[in-house]
Design a protein around this ligand. Sequence first.
Ligand SMILES: Nc1ncnc2c1ncn2[C@@H]1O[C@H](COP(=O)(O)OP(=O)(O)OP(=O)(O)O)[C@@H](O)[C@H]1O
Ligand SMILES: O=C(CO)[C@H](O)[C@H](O)COP(=O)(O)O
Length: 313
Amino acid sequence: MLRARGTGRRPVMLAIAGDSAAGKTTLTRGLVQCLGADRMTAVCVDDYHRYDRAERKGKPFTALHPDCNHIDIMEQHLQLLSMGEPILKPVYDHATGELVRPELVEPRDFVIVEGLLPLHTRLARACFDITVYLDPPEILRHAWKIRRDCEKRGYTPDQVRAELARREAESAAYIRPQRRSADIVVRFAPVAGRTDPPDTPLSAELLLRPTIDHPELGPVIEQAASGGTAMHLRLHRDTDGRPVDALHVHGYVSPDESQVVKKALWERLGARAGHLEQDVLGRFGEAGTSDPLAITQLLLLYHLLDADQRQAA
Ligand SMILES: Nc1ncnc2c1ncn2[C@@H]1O[C@H](COP(=O)(O)OP(=O)(O)OP(=O)(O)O)[C@@H](O)[C@H]1O
Ligand SMILES: O=C(CO)[C@H](O)[C@H](O)COP(=O)(O)O
């Protein structure tokens, strides 16, 4: 279902930014499966790499550097998508490291743009209704990248470690600063000081910045947690010292507790949630499931549908 041109309606645009293997595809996949590929278009802006893997070897920078990406074309394409217009998007094949035949992308009701640099420039940021930055601890991200790049992209562990070291300065200069521009900062991590069983999912910590209107979660969390500690909403200091709400959903949360929050969020989606696929949320890897991930995805669905409804009004 494409957004009808000339109706004045434009797609709802969500950015998910973060470093390599931060979990962007995992978060995106559940949202696309839940809303349905007929209503949602997902775009990876790593497709705007200027050089293929072989060419990059001779360059003084890595894939994280803006000069290593067609940022100007990415900006142009984001503007077109945000106006409901189709684009002819370049394609980078991560399995082979080659730039391949471009593809036609037509924006549907919702567009998710994930990748290394979607929030790098002011023009790009202006294209989004909702912005997310994925911020796992570096030690976890490195482990995810080593496993993923060795299993799916043909690298050895030592090659990935060397590449991570080579990228660190550019990561600090260009990737991590995007955290400042996010409405929601998401960190999946183990809870410090606990010895939970090894298959316990990671906890989610969500900074909910006041740059967009978040649903009222306090009473729901209180009801679900009923004095427990597995979920809480607290006031934190943001990096600039300002107070910001932080929602914690711990990995050891009981199914009953998380069910109360999930149900309350589904109810807030109202009639709009009628046709959505619930069971696809919270999946990661081959067969993993995580309630903290499902609740994060539900909150993003709330924002997507809310932005859509406001546009329709
Ligand atoms: N919340 C999570 N819990 C457990 N594992 C996770 C979670 N999020 C991501 N992972 C794991 O981390 C790895 C990298 O995730 P993913 O492919 O989603 O990252 P990415 O940011 O899209 O990477 P890239 O941009 O480099 O392609 C995957 O193996 C995935 O299973
Ligand atoms: O940061 C990344 C996002 O996944 C990749 O490493 C980047 O896109 C370049 O890929 P590669 O050098 O492995 O071909």
